[in-house]
Design a binder for this molecule. Structure first.
Ligand SMILES: Nc1ncnc2c1ncn2[C@@H]1O[C@H](COP(=O)(O)OP(=O)(O)OP(=O)(O)O)[C@@H](O)[C@H]1O
Ligand SMILES: [Mg+2]
Length: 230
């Protein structure tokens, strides 16, 4: 479904990614693990189109994404939840969740919102509240719901567990499992490898802008956990 080949990303003189190749098959959950500055966000951001590829290619369902801007990539079926759950602080919870659904048939967006509200009652209970009144965990739920609101085929989750208490890590994990049951393909990043490894089928270990190893989660668990403590 997603094929990244020999991708390079640079910020001015800084090389953030060097010859990175990864693949995500339909229905899989793939994890990018690696410590601070490994290049995880750069890879996610290159896939959604927030940063340009300096070299290499990114293909989604066989189509080269190079010339497509973010909205076009979203319309193709790529959903994105950014690191640090950047939600619209002054908008209500419901407004946040629906803020990405331009172009999604309204009935579908509503149906999907109802599904999200079932998984996370807080989305309806606090639907009219400004998002900045929510806790970190609740805000992450809003960010996840917004990313899912477009019914993406491929969901990009950049550190969904960052800074969350264990109870929220559990709840978000449950929602991710629910999405997996619905057939959503997921590419996620996490420094907190332990809970993320429980969700993933395969993982890539990244360091200094390169993929150092890849394999099934069982194959790379030890290395990934060592990486977590670097
Ligand atoms: N906007 C930017 N301008 C300049 N350098 C950047 C920018 N964003 C990231 N970098 C650099 O690119 C490299 C990769 O960063 P990136 O954010 O992709 O890593 P990461 O694995 O997501 O790290 P973290 O776990 O901290 O989120 C780092 O050296 C970082 O300092
Ligand atoms: Mg990051």
């Amino acid at each position: 479904m997603l094929k990244v080949e020999r991708l390079g990303v640079r910020y001015g003189g800084i090389t953030a990614l060097r010859e990175v190749s990864i693949e995500v098959q339909q229905g899989e959950t793939v994890l990018l693990v690696g410590s601070n500055g490994a290049g995880k966000s750069s890879l996610i951001n290159a896939v959604i189109g927030l940063v340009p590829a300096a070299s290499g290619s990114i293909r989604f369902e066989g189509q080269d994404l190079a010339k497509l801007a973010c909205p076009a990539r979203a319309r193709m079926g790529i959903g994105y939840s950014p690191e640090g759950r950047r939600i619209f602080r002054s908008l209500s919870v419901t407004e946040n969740v629906l803020s990405s659904t331009l172009g999604v048939p309204q009935a579908k967006a509503r149906e999907n919102l109802a599904w999200m509200q079932q998984v996370f009652p807080l989305l309806s209970e606090r639907g009219d509240q400004p998002a900045n009144q929510l806790s970190g965990g609740q805000q992450q739920v809003v960010a996840l719901a917004r990313a899912v609101s477009t019914l993406p085929k491929l969901l990009l989750l950049d550190e969904p567990f960052l800074g969350l208490a264990p109870v929220w890590i559990g709840r978000i994990s449950e929602a991710i499992r629910e999405l997996q049951r619905r057939g959503t393909t997921i590419l996620m990043t996490e420094q907190m490898a332990r809970p993320a490894l429980k969700l993933a089928d395969r993982a890539y270990v990244m360091r200094s802008g390169e993929v150092r190893r890849s394999g099934t989660v069982d194959e790379i668990r030890e290395l990934a956990l060592a990486e977590e403590y670097l």
